[in-house]
Design a protein around this ligand. Structure first.
Ligand code: F0G
Length: 456
């Protein structure tokens, strides 16, 4: 197994404290067995998300100092605009405070009640932003996206035949746009191939439907394309990313991922009229179009991060860390979604805890057990996050019951990853002792953020 040697050295450190097990137990109880409710100080290693958790470089920190805080026409905005135009290739750059604000504004402009928005698999906030407008969020990932064992190179791909069917069935007027999430976060962080993006674009073009990429992890997706797609090995990741964007009409971006910043996002697109409408909506909710809910220094850090994320050494280490963690789990025969994704390893919790039925939320139970065991925080992507009631009031569960071990960018070292793997190995040995949970309270949208549980 190749050790992913960090292509950076440490200049500033942030202390971590591992509180005793008894205290973790009390924290868990107080949090209603929901790791979102645990104060971060009580977490030793935080693999909840790769979003907004990156370590910025010395260059980015230096950028904060020279950020231009002007309300209108800040220099930092133009730096960002120039960089996004170069990296993404779109004409208009509309900053937002994070990805979901980009989604909300784009959907407000395009989506109406009764519409359908196809995607390979919607991320939870994307789905919520579609549904809150009374529209349907339709997941059209290819069948292999739900098969955790098949080691195919592009399990994030959309099923183009089903997209055609959906357009035929709903009529193109009811499909205001098609989205494609790269990499496919809710489906194991799997990449989408250039070929698939081309085919989806061809369908969209034929029916004159706008096609947008949810581009949070565009660099990781491009890395996989370079590694796995025929004819791409000699093309740079930057060129591959440009090619992917050239096939779309625009993109929404959570800069909290592949722009290596702690806050930020944007919409990038070519259509002048739509851009004008988006800016109107932006002003109401986010801010003037040259800052969009961010400080000038944030724009500066984003511009610098977008350059660093495409550096070959960075990406090799980044993907290498995730692969290293997967290899450690493999050695312990811990079941995980294969191949591992670009930003995370996803444990197959229903196989890890086969004694727990779906209505006892095995993946959720594993996140609480992992915290109790080792102070490690992971996130459930399963029955709590995506479960819903059918017409008869019965709960329906998503195909996959996953625990995502999400690796923040440039934050943890090899020994941290080893610690996590050891904790999981320990739990795996005593897995039949892990108890299921029942929901005590929940909210109608995005219930996983606030639901409270008790152990059964
Ligand atoms: N799209 C995808 C694919 C995402 O993974 C996320 C966020 C968003 C959109 C929304 O971006 O958080 O900046 O508003 N994903 C985070 C995660 C929260 O943990 O996977 P945001």
């Amino acid at each position: 197994m190749n050790i992913p040697v960090e292509p950076y050295r440490i200049k500033v450190v942030e202390s971590l404290r591992r509180i005793p097990r008894r205290e973790r137990e009390a924290v868990l109880r107080k949090a209603g067995y929901n790791v979102f409710n645990i104060p971060a100080e009580k977490v030793f290693i935080d693999l909840l998300t790769d979003s907004g958790t990156s370590a910025m470089s010395d260059r980015q920190w230096a950028g904060l100092m020279v950020g231009d805080e002007s309300y209108a026409g800040a220099r930092s905005f133009f730096n960002l605009e120039r960089t996004v135009r170069r990296v993404f290739g779109f004409k208009h750059v509309i900053p937002t405070h994070q990805g979901r604000a980009a989604e909300r504004i784009l959907f407000q402009a395009l989506v109406h009640k009764g519409d359908t928005v196809p995607n390979n698999i919607h991320f939870d906030t994307t789905r919520a932003n579609v549904e809150v407008l009374g529209a349907e969020a339709l997941d059209l990932a290819a069948r292999e996206a739900y098969d955790p064992d098949d080691e195919l190179p592009f399990k994030g791909n959309m099923d183009v035949g089903r997209l055609e069917d959906a357009i035929k069935r709903r009529g193109r007027k009811r499909i205001p746009l098609v989205m494609m999430t790269v990499t496919n976060n809710s489906g194991g962080g799997q990449p989408v191939s250039l070929d698939n993006i081309r085919r989806v674009r061809a369908v969209c073009r034929k029916h004159k439907i706008p096609f947008f990429l949810d581009a949070c992890r565009f660099a990781e997706n491009a890395y996989f394309i370079r590694e796995r797609e025929k004819g791409c090995a000699r093309t740079s990741v930057a060129e591959i990313a440009r090619e992917a964007f050239s096939l779309a009409d625009g993109a929404t971006m959570s800069a909290k991922k592949d722009a290596l910043v702690n806050i930020g996002g944007f919409i990038a697109l070519n259509d002048d009229r739509l851009a004008g409408r988006l800016k109107e909506l932006l002003i109401i909710g986010e801010g003037f179009p040259t800052y969009g809910g961010l400080a000038g220094r944030d724009l500066e850090a984003m511009a610098r991060g977008l350059e660093e994320v495409l550096e070959p050494d960075y990406l090799e280490h980044r993907i290498g860390q995730v692969r290293y963690l997967a290899a450690l789990l493999e050695k312990e025969r811990i079941p995980y979604f294969k191949p591992c994704g670009g930003h995370a390893v996803y444990i197959l919790a229903d196989r890890f805890l086969p004694h727990l039925p779906r209505n006892r939320y095995p993946a959720w139970a594993l996140t609480t057990a992992l915290y109790r065991e080792a102070g490690v925080r992971a996130v459930e992507i399963g029955g709590v996050m995506f479960g819903r009631k059918d017409k008869g009031g019965r709960e329906v569960y998503p195909a996959l019951e996953l625990v995502r071990l999400c690796v923040p960018r440039r934050v943890y070292t090899v020994s941290h990853l080893q610690y996590v793997a050891e904790a999981l190995a320990e739990l795996y040995k005593r897995r039949e002792k892990i108890r299921g949970l029942r929901i005590v309270s929940q909210s109608p949208y995005l219930r996983h953020f606030t639901a409270r549980f008790e152990e059964v």
